[in-house]
Design a protein. Structure first.
Lengths: 409, 231
């Protein structure tokens, strides 16, 4: 019986070839676009997340500013600074902090032979490797001993290497930073384009031991930045609260003072993007569903005509013992098959599109992701559209008087 | 086994009521071979509709095999049609996309007969009408006479109480028409009750009992004393 219905449905479509093509196109378009566009949106979301996280996964930046929220003008307010002890305090007391490390920023002249360039130099601790999620292409990373002994050693990024050393092997070379000679002990693997960055791309930076940087930049025991990371994204808010409380106490400011203790959480940015993409998804799905329903209207019209053309057939079926619900079921099923033909074709095209676009390369090119839930949704909506579109024709068919068959045209 | 008492059928056509049947009293016994005749507008077609349970009488009663059926609901009528009535139409009314055997199976589909049984019975009846060789052909590949035979096979498939034939030879040439009438008479000889509507006097001459309708009532109803001519 099912096979017969499928055959009949295909026949009806063949009979009204052009009409069927146009109306089913609406359904094909609706399903294809939802699979492809939502897949693309999800891909873009993942790409954005990855891009954002290239500076380091789930990073939280903590800085000290000025005492804020009082009535005196900004430049008269007390300037605050962070120190190594503060980092230790955060490590010790903030339960949600999994890793914390200090950073010193020093923009200075780097020189090698004739090549010289103002470079973003960072004083860091060994934990920075893990925090920033970088790997080494050659050599080794800054060690605890390097920090303890304030050694003049450097780990450089690929772009920095390109600019100073050209294509020479990096490890073992000596470069000048602010007039002082440093030995390059490590070369970072390429990180690539980052969607959020700390002034410059990681690839452009030169990393030296924290203590060395403090001396080089004449900072005493001040640090510029604490980087921290929670064990899981959901501890983001708690971590921020804990850090704020601990540092506010140490700096003698109110924990509510957001100008004194400055916290920027990558996770907040990610959540921001999450909302944007969620909205985009909903929007696309609504749009595609609308297209599907419009296609459904076309199918319904086509089936209404088909019912009219098949009055005698319907009358005959009734005459040989079909109940009205048998006729309703027949036409409902036929409409459903027609819409499903469109739906499945559209889904297949959407998946094909995802696969084809997936061949595109590039850091900032979003690759469509196949989202199974969307495929299922597209299928379900297609079926709903099929049933709704079929109701009109099916009821019309059921209303046909069986005595139609006795009338001779 | 079919009894109509005081049956009327009134249609509303716009502002006017049309009395297609104006009080029919008729009894058809098992095994009868009845011809229903009359001028156009006499109510022949409407009578067939009522007999075939395709529409309900406006007033009056209809009994089939001892059961009152005039007040059945749509589902009841549909079931009744499937079980008790076999139709043969002037225009054959075969489904063009089904093969001959599938067309014959159609009534059994609606009775939810299991597939094996359906196929067996359909083939049995195709053999009965002499068309086994055409089982897998579509109607478009068959001649008029062959199509009508398929339609007759279809009508017999559920062991109907009565076969109702509306101008069965209307769309056939004389020779083919004659062979179809022979087939119908064959069925009658086997005990099948047959009611046929015709305006062709040659067909009318072959039935055992002639019922004449005029203006929605039975004008004349007599046994012709005719015995069907053996083949």
């Amino acid at each position: 019986m099912l096979l017969e219905i499928v055959r009949q449905a295909l026949y009806t479509m063949r009979l009204h070839r052009r009409w069927a093509a146009l109306t089913v196109f609406g359904i094909v378009w609706g399903t294809a676009s939802v699979v492809l566009l939502v897949g693309w949106g999800v891909g873009a979301h993942q790409m954005t997340d990855r891009g954002l996280q290239k500076v380091g996964k789930n990073l939280v930046y903590i800085m000290a500013g000025r005492v804020g929220a009082d009535l005196s003008p900004a430049d008269e307010r007390r300037v605050l600074h962070l120190e190594m002890d503060d980092v230790a305090a955060v490590r010790a007391s903030a339960r949600r902090v999994e890793v914390a490390s200090a950073e010193v920023l020093h923009f200075t002249l780097a020189r090698y032979g004739a090549a010289s360039r103002m470079t973003d130099v960072r004083g860091i601790e060994p934990a920075m490797q893990e925090l920033r999620g970088v790997t080494l292409a050659a050599g080794r990373f800054i060690s605890a001993d390097d920090v303890r002994f304030q050694r003049r050693v450097a780990v450089i990024g690929q772009t920095a290497r390109q600019r100073l050393l050209g294509s020479r092997p990096a490890v073992g070379q000596r470069i000048d930073l602010n007039g002082l000679s440093f030995e390059v002990i490590g070369l970072l693997s390429r990180v690539g384009t980052q969607l959020s960055r700390n002034r410059t791309e990681t690839d452009e930076q030169v990393w030296i031991p924290l203590t060395t940087a403090q001396t080089l930049a004449d900072r005493g025991n001040h640090i510029d930045l604490i980087l921290a990371r929670p064990s899981d994204r959901r501890f983001n808010e708690e971590l921020k609260r804990e850090v704020r409380t601990i540092l506010a106490r140490r700096l003698h400011v109110s924990p509510a003072d957001e100008e004194a203790v400055f916290i920027i959480s990558l996770i907040d940015m990610l959540s921001g993007f999450d909302s944007v993409f969620a909205f985009l998804n909903v929007f696309l799905i609504v749009l595609a569903t609308t297209t599907l329903f419009i296609g459904g209207i076309g199918v319904m019209n086509m089936m209404l005509v088909s019912v009219n053309e098949r009055r005698r057939e319907i009358g005959l079926r009734l005459a040989v013992g079909a109940r009205r619900r048998d006729v309703v079921g027949q036409f409902l099923a036929e409409t459903l098959v027609i819409t499903l033909v469109g739906g499945v074709t559209g889904i297949a095209l959407g998946l094909l599109g995802c696969a084809v676009l997936g061949l595109l390369q590039g850091d900032l090119v979003p690759v469509p992701v196949i989202v199974p839930q969307v495929v299922v949704l597209a299928l379900v909506v297609t079926m709903v559209v099929g049933v709704i579109s079929g109701l009109g024709p099916a009821c019309r068919a059921a209303g046909i008087d069986p005595s139609e068959t006795l009338r001779v045209e | 086994m079919i009894a109509l008492h005081g049956v009327t059928k009134v249609y509303r056509m716009g502002e006017v009521d049309v009395r297609a049947l104006n009080g029919i009293d008729l009894q058809i016994a098992r095994g009868d071979y009845v011809g229903v005749m009359g001028p156009s507008g006499s109510g022949k077609t409407t009578l067939m509709e009522i007999l075939g349970c395709l529409s309900r009488p406006t007033t009056g009663t209809l009994e089939i095999d001892g059961r009152r059926v005039d007040q059945l609901d749509d589902v009841g009528l549909a079931t009744l049609r499937g079980e008790r009535i076999g139709f043969v139409f002037q225009t054959f009314n075969l489904l063009p996309r089904l093969t001959a055997v599938e067309n014959v199976e159609l009534p059994m589909l609606y009775r939810r007969t299991p597939r094996g049984q359906r196929r067996a019975r359909a083939l049995e009846l195709l053999a009965r009408v002499g068309l086994t060789s055409r089982a897998t052909h579509r109607p478009s590949e068959l001649s008029g006479g062959e199509r009508q035979r398929i339609a007759i096979a279809r009508a017999l498939v559920n062991h109907p109480s009565v076969v109702l034939a509306d101008e069965p030879t209307g769309n056939l040439d004389t020779a083919t028409g004659d062979s179809i009438m022979s087939l119908i008479e064959d069925l009658h000889r086997d005990g099948q009750t047959v009611v046929l509507v015709t305006h062709d006097p040659r067909i009318a001459a072959r039935v055992s009992r002639a019922v004449y309708l005029r203006d929605g009532v039975v004008e004349r109803d007599h046994r012709t004393g005719q015995r069907p001519v053996p083949p």
